[in-house]
Structures are given as C-alpha cells and as structure tokens.
Design a protein around this ligand. Structure first.
Ligand code: ATP
Length: 254
C-alpha cells in the first residue's frame, strides 16, 4: 500500500520551548487537496512548517512519503511556497530566472539547464498566466503576480506535493483565478496539495478536505465548513488585512 504523503502523529510544535500546537495528528494521502483553516495566530503556518521540518517537532512524529522526516532527502518531490515573498527586496532576477530556480533541486546547480528544464519552466509560467512577463524583473510585478511567480517556481520542479502558505492572501481576483486553474491542473495530474488559507474563494471547489486549527489543536478535520456571519453573504470578499480579532468561530461554528 502506498504510504501517506504526509503523516503527522501526536506532534507538539512550538518556538523557544513554548508549544503552539499540542498532540496534533494529520494524515494527507495522495491526490488530496487539504486546506488548513483557522484564525490569525492559531498555528496554521506552524503546522505546515512542522510537516516540512522547518520548525522542530518536540514530541510525536512526522513522516513524508513514508520516510521519517529527519531521514527524508527527496526534496524535489515537494514544492513549498512560503507565506511572504519579500521580493521587492531589490533582487534583480527576472520572473523566468526565479521560476527556473525551482528546477535546481532536480538538476543540481552545476549541470546546465536542459530541454526538460526549459519546458518545465515554460509550462509552469503558462500555468500561472505569466508567460508574457517572463523577461521582467520580479520586483516590477504586483504582489499577486510575485506570488504566482513563486507558485510557478514550485510547479517547475515537478513536485508530487505542493505546500502553499496563504497563496491567495492579498491576491486580486484575476490572480486567484489563474492560481486556481494551475492548482486544478496540478491535482488532475495526480498532485497532492496542502494549503493554508483564510478565505477559500475560487479555491473552494478544489478542496477535498478542510482542517481547522484552533486553540493549539485540530478542531475539525473533514468537510469544508461554510463561512459564518457576514462572510457567508453572497459576493463577500475577504479583503481586510490580517486582524487579530478574527473570530475563531468563523471556522469552528460548524
Ligand atoms: N518564528 C517564530 N518564533 C516565535 N513564535 C512564532 C514564530 N512563528 C510563529 N510564532 C507564534 O506561533 C503562533 C502561531 O503562528 P502561525 O504563524 O503558525 O499562525 P497562523 O495561524 O499561520 O497565523 P496567520 O493567519 O496570521 O498567518 C503565534 O502565536 C506566533 O506568534
């Protein structure tokens, strides 16, 4: 039997000895599209970072593709898009260069890019609708386009698992649509997705399962909850910036 893509069992995760998540378990199997939901600061990013070994797990265990995470080396099987780019940082790289860097784990830094690399980069740029911007410096792109560049970089590596931390936060409707079609194509090709989200928007129909992080644990694991309150209004767009008073019941009143 194929092992789960991600298997977190009874993990305690935190920073500087202060636990953020206690005794959490999460299994993601191949071809699932799992959304991690929850209020600001609930520990959504911490959960996905723990899955990837980016924050240490104090107790419990994490396995990736059936291998204990501390022994896992096949990072080309995973594409990760972190929460914030910070690419307005004066890095003069073009969109194509950033996307091509996603091939490095596959080909090694010293081997020149071959045809397969160029084709993968072109396909990834096309998937996120940035082909016409490929030669532009990333710093000249909008926040949403920069986010799409990072998603293309992850896709270019030809991963089996995509882990995305708030891929649509602050991203306009056109970018969200482009992103959701790229994700749909990835899933249709057999890819597995774990993504952190505040609002699902156009991603909602793609999500096969939702996990809600609340008060240091997983409060729900199953069907995608309906948003509560004014968020349920037709046409409501979650455009306000992160705010700490985001009601936890938004995702737990189910
Ligand atoms: N590098 C860090 N060092 C110390 N504490 C951290 C660090 N990163 C996150 N935390 C703390 O861990 C808790 C959970 O943060 P996390 O980023 O996982 O939440 P989140 O649910 O992803 O939030 P948001 O919706 O705002 O992105 C918060 O209290 C945060 O202050």
């Amino acid at each position: 039997m194929t092992p789960p893509v991600i298997e977190i069992a009874h993990a305690t995760v935190g920073y500087d000895g202060r636990p953020v998540l206690r005794d959490v378990s999460l299994t993601v199997t191949a071809a699932e599209v799992v959304a991690v939901l929850g209020a600001n600061g609930s520990g959504k990013s911490t959960l996905v970072r723990a899955a990837l070994g980016l924050v240490p797990v104090g107790a419990g265990s994490v396995a990736l593709f059936g291998t204990p995470q501390r022994r896992f080396r096949q990072w080309h099987r995973i594409g990760y898009v972190p929460q914030r780019l910070g690419a307005g940082s004066g890095v003069p790289a073009t969109v194509r260069e950033v996307v091509a860097s996603g091939r490095l784990a596959r080909r090694g830094v010293l081997r020149p890019a071959g045809r397969a690399d160029r084709e993968a980069v072109a396909a990834a740029l096309d998937a996120v609708g940035l082909t016409d911007r490929a030669g532009d410096p990333v710093s000249t792109l909008s926040g949403g386009q920069q986010q799409r560049t990072l998603i293309a970089r992850a896709l270019a590596g030809g991963p089996e698992l995509l882990v995305l931390d708030e891929p649509t936060a602050g991203v306009d409707a056109a970018s969200q649509e482009a992103f959701s079609s790229a994700l749909r194509a990835f899933r249709d090709g057999g890819g597995t997705v774990l993504l952190v989200a505040h609002e699902l928007g156009p991603l909602r129909p793609l999500i096969s399962r939702a996990v809600v992080v609340h008060q240091g644990g997983i409060a729900h694991d199953g069907a995608v909850p309906e948003p509560a309150g004014h968020h349920a209004d037709p046409g409501h767009e979650h455009v306000h910036p992160h705010c700490d008073e985001e009601p936890a019941r938004l995702w737990t009143g189910i």
